[in-house]
Design a binder for this molecule. Structure first.
Ligand code: ADP
Length: 738
């Protein structure tokens, strides 16, 4: 019953426009209807599908129902036997969900008619029509009961004419009652009533009804009904002697067949085009799928390649980095090694040079020492051979010179070694510079008689009187330079001058100069004289003029420590000028005042008599030194006890008391000076102890303090220093009142 679909669709469409349905769905719905009417089935399928998809998204069952219903209708029109049933079932599913009775009835009816179409599912179709009819009856709406008509037709097939008549009556009744005008149902009713009467043998009645139907079909040009109904009508007209009418119907049928043929041709074409489109769609889908697959695989392989590339890149970077690091480490190692090699080579050179220097130094020293030593031992052996043990004046002077020279060399050597060591520290104390210069000057001026030289002291104006520095070392430099000037000048002049070259707020640069009119030094020799033991050939045969050859070396070394250097201007036969610059700090007024006070205290002069009668214990493992010290001390009226070891000293203090102890530090045979002091103090707690040592290292000085000794006297000592220190020590322990 093909007519039914359109009728239902149009009915529902108009119904829902009033309900202000969703505009998009409305337009999709209307478009589908339009496309179906124009046989554009492919587009119609698309629109209906779109309507379904949109509705499903919104869970809009009403429109889903319409969509499926339309799809079912379209597939029915293109003579598909399976899809209409499937889509009608879907439509029913959604219709039941809507809970809308008229929709549900429509859905049952539609599904039943698709099943009915196939002619195989009559019972199911009957059942579904019945459900639809029951719903429509319950609505008690003034509509045409379409299912009743459909059921009547099924009972015709089943040849149950009574039931058929009952349903036909119900349909007819509802049609009459219906608000709307229906044409098709009336034609259909006529056809079915015709069938009924024909089956019942009421042929006239039947042909009359058939004729009514014919008139309706022709009026409305309902080709689909004509091709279905006219052949049977013609057959029955002929059987009932109405050939004229049969002819008329036949002519109409031919017209309708022609039209139907065209339509069905069109159908075929549309169907083919839909199928082709479907095929194309399928092909496209496959192609797309294939493309996607290819893209996916190529993406996958590209991803794998990318991954591999990244992995390789990472490894490469790591490899390069480690290579770079290795190279850098290696380069650093090589550089370090090269640097160390250079250092080693330098150290080796220094060591070699120092070995060479030492060898040279020792051979020179031993040679230098041997000469005066021969003098001493020679004279002594002369003395030994003589009966009267007397020496001539000349021999005596030679002995005195040789031994003094020997002592001079040794003192200078000690000085040099001290200057080279790390322990050498310059004093930095305030002193009266002009006073110092005047003292040195007068020492030479008064002492000099042999060379007949005139000394001049020239302290330029602006030279500060008080400065800070090391007066002892400055004197040493000046004594050496003035001594040399005097040594190598005869009947000449010697100028000692100083001037301030630059005066700043805190410091002064003072230039010292010793100038003579002596024999002078040639250019070549000028470089040599500053080396140790360098003495130039001299016309001077005076014994007293012979030096150690160490003086200028010492001067150079001290000046270097003072960040200065010696300058020499000299020409052979024209005298020499030795000069140097010193940066000396200025002294504060407070320091000057303290200095003035100190200068007035000459301990030795003041307390020289005080030492008389003092008891001093002297400890020295060297018998000669012990004897010399004893003689020196006894010369001042001191009561001296001598012992050769620390152990002996401890024994002594157990039974005697002493005012002071003088102890040698280094005594390899027994306990050393420090240990001796500790043990002495156990018996004689407050006794002042002074250490005697050839060494004067910082470490030793520290130890002296730690062991609570009063002082340290460096050997060889001069008598004034020895006595000053003895007095100072008594002063500290309260034995001398200031
Ligand atoms: P020395 O103890 O022999 O004087 P120095 O190192 O003080 O040793 O001097 C080295 C040498 O330099 C001297 O022996 C002498 O030949 C030369 N000399 C130093 N000062 C003078 C001077 N003022 N005039 C001439 N020659 C000098």
């Amino acid at each position: 019953m093909i007519f039914f679909f359109l009728a239902l669709s149009q009915n529902i469409s108009s119904q829902h426009i009033d309900n202000n349905r969703d505009k998009v769905k409305d337009s999709l719905y209307d478009a589908t209807i339009q496309q179906i009417s124009e046989y554009k089935y492919a587009e119609a399928i698309n629109s209906a599908s779109l309507l379904i998809n949109t509705s499903k998204k919104d869970s809009d069952d009403i429109n889903s129902f319409y969509g499926y219903n339309l799809l079912s209708e379209i597939y029915d029109k293109i003579n598909d036997s399976v899809q209409p049933i499937y889509y009608s079932r879907q439509a029913l599913k959604h219709a039941l969900k809507t809970g809308d009775k008229s929709i549900m009835a429509g859905a049952y009816n539609n599904l039943a008619s698709t099943l009915d179409e196939t002619g195989t599912e009559i019972d199911e179709a009957l059942e579904l029509y019945t459900k639809a009819l029951e719903i429509e009856r319950s609505l008690q709406d003034s509509v045409f009961l379409n299912p009743a008509l459909n059921i009547a037709e099924l009972y015709l097939i089943k040849k149950d004419y009574d039931r058929m008549a009952a349903y036909l009556l119900e349909a007819e009744f509802s049609l009459k009652r219906a608000r709307d005008e229906y044409d098709d149902p009336q034609i259909y009713l006529d056809m079915l009533w015709g069938d009924y009467h024909f089956a019942k043998g009421q042929k006239i009645e039947a042909l009359k009804l058939y004729d009514n139907a014919f008139t309706g079909i022709e009026r409305d040009s309902l080709t689909y009904l004509a091709v279905e109904f006219y052949p049977q009508f013609i057959k029955r007209l002929i059987e009932n002697n109405a050939p004229e009418k049969a002819n008329v119907v036949y002519a109409a049928l031919l017209k309708h067949i022609k039209k139907s043929h065209e339509t069905s041709e069109q159908h075929k074409i549309f169907r083919a085009s839909v199928l082709a489109q479907q095929e194309e769609l399928k092909r496209m889908r496959n192609e797309n799928f294939l493309k996607q697959e290819i893209a996916r695989t190529s993406l996958e392989s590209r991803q794998i390649l990318n991954f591999l590339f990244v992995v390789i890149l990472v490894f490469l970077v790591i490899f390069l980095l480690s290579l770079f690091r290795n190279i850098k480490t290696r380069q650093k190692l090589i550089n370090d090694l090269q640097h160390k090699n250079r250092e080693l080579e330098e150290a080796k050179e220094v060591a070699e040079k120092s070995v060479r220097d030492k060898t040279r130094f020792f051979s020179t020293v031993s040679h230098e020492i041997r000469t005066p030593l021969y003098g001493v031992t020679g004279v002594i052996s002369l003395l030994d051979d003589r009966e009267d043990k007397r020496l001539s004046r000349e021999e005596m002077s030679s002995l005195k010179f040789s031994s003094q020279h020997l002592l001079g060399i040794i003192n200078d050597l000690l000085d040099i070694s001290k200057l080279e060591g790390q322990e050498f520290i310059l004093q930095n104390r305030a002193f009266d510079l002009s006073h110092l210069l005047r003292e040195i000057f007068s020492a030479f001026e008064q002492g000099e008689t042999e060379h007949n030289n005139t000394f001049h002291l020239d302290i330029k104006e602006g030279t500060p009187q008080f400065v800070k520095g090391d007066p002892k070392r400055l004197s040493q430099i000046l004594f050496n330079l003035i001594g040399n000037a005097n040594k190598f000048t005869y009947n000449g002049d010697i100028w000692i001058s100083l001037r301030a070259e630059a005066i700043a707020e805190n410091w002064n640069e003072i230039y010292f100069e010793v100038k003579d009119t002596g024999e002078g030094i040639d250019q070549f020799s000028q470089r040599k004289i500053f080396q140790e033991f360098s003495q130039l050939e001299t016309s001077n045969t005076d014994l007293k003029s012979i030096g150690t050859g160490l003086g200028l070396a010492i001067v150079t070394k001290i000046l270097k420590k003072m960040d200065s250097a010696i300058e020499l201007k000299s020409e052979k036969g024209k005298g020499s000028t030795f000069g140097f610059r010193l940066n000396m700090k200025q002294v504060s007024v407070k320091e000057v005042l303290r200095l003035e006070k100190d200068n007035n205290i000459d301990l030795f002069e003041k307390y020289k008599d005080f030492l008389k009668g003092k008891r001093i214990l002297v400890i020295d493992d060297n018998a000669i030194n012990l004897m010399v010290t004893k003689k020196v001390l006894m010369g001042k009226g001191i009561v001296v006890t001598t012992v050769k070891s620390g152990e002996e000293a401890v024994e002594k203090v157990k039974h005697n008391t002493y005012d002071l102890v003088l102890t040698d530090i280094n005594m390899p045979a027994g306990i050393d000076g420090f240990e001796t002091s500790v043990r002495i103090r156990k018996h004689h707690p407050g006794v002042p102890i002074i250490a005697l040592s050839a060494a004067e290292t910082k470490e030793l000085q520290k130890k002296v303090k730690e062991f609570g000794l009063q002082d340290l006297i460096a050997k060889p000592y001069n008598q004034k220093e020895l006595f000053s220190k003895l007095i100072a020590s008594f002063q500290k322990t309260g034995k001398v009142l200031a």
